[in-house]
Ligand binder design. Structure first.
Ligand code: FMN
Length: 207
């Protein structure tokens, strides 16, 4: 049986980037897509890496950028405020490729246009996270952080509005993408680096 390989057909950086863009688009749109939940890395306390999963909410191609939602009082916000350099790691287990994306984050709070757009696009059920307690606080007992009255239902519109000031959108430039494609005939690794003027440089790396 012939095993399909990425090396069997000629492929350019342009074609690899097209594949990357397609899967980032799908990652935003499809809950089951593996790119829907990347690992986000921030720098904590000036030097320690801090990793967690977030949901990919937006992807823009020109200029390339990504965004996720979070609670204003989440520790990652303080980390980003003191150091906006962030990374995302994505892996597609069926297509067998990994992306390591580096960028600079911007925090969008209440009153900002992107904040308004994303708040309106957020279902009432998902708004619960922002009505409740801020994440990562020490508690004497196990708690959901949700107000008692909305533990087993979605808040109505009015109740959900209490979360608006806690809701933040974090967007990030895409400054570089390191793409590793796994393959039976040998892996392939490509690097895309964006310049200030929106143009990008390409390189091949040893995997
Ligand atoms: C599947 C999944 C999706 C998640 N999505 C988000 C998200 O979009 N935003 C977020 O702030 N936390 C999300 N979390 C929770 C974070 O991983 C993390 O536990 C929380 O945000 C606290 O992180 P921090 O203390 O570093 O701020 C998600 C967790 C999982 C398992």
């Amino acid at each position: 049986m012939k095993v399909e390989s990425i090396w069997d057909k000629p492929q350019s950086h342009g074609e690899i980037l097209k594949k990357i863009w397609k899967h980032l688009d799908l990652g935003v749109l499809e809950r089951e897509h593996p790119f829907h939940t990347p690992v986000l890395g921030t720098v904590a306390g000036g030097c320690t890496p801090s990793l967690r999963v977030v949901v990919l909410r937006r992807f823009w191609r020109r200029p390339p950028a990504l965004a996720f939602h979070t609670h204003f009082s989440a520790p990652k916000i303080k980390e980003i405020q003191s150091n906006p350099n962030i990374s995302f790691a994505f892996y597609h287990p069926q297509k067998k490729f990994q992306l390591r994306v580096k960028g600079k984050a911007t925090i969008h709070t209440d009153g900002d246009e992107l904040h308004e757009e994303q708040w309106l696009a957020t279902e009432f059920f998902s708004r619960r996270c922002y009505v409740g307690e801020a994440p990562s606080q020490i508690s004497k007992k196990a708690v959901s952080g949700l107000p008692e009255e909305i533990v087993d239902r979605a808040p109505n519109k009015e109740e959900s509005e209490a979360g608006k000031a806690n809701f933040v959108v974090v967007s990030s430039t895409i400054d570089s993408i390191d793409c590793l494609e796994l393959d039976v005939k040998g892996n392939r690794r490509s690097l895309f680096t964006w310049k200030e003027n929106g143009e990008f440089a390409t390189d091949w790396l040893t995997p």
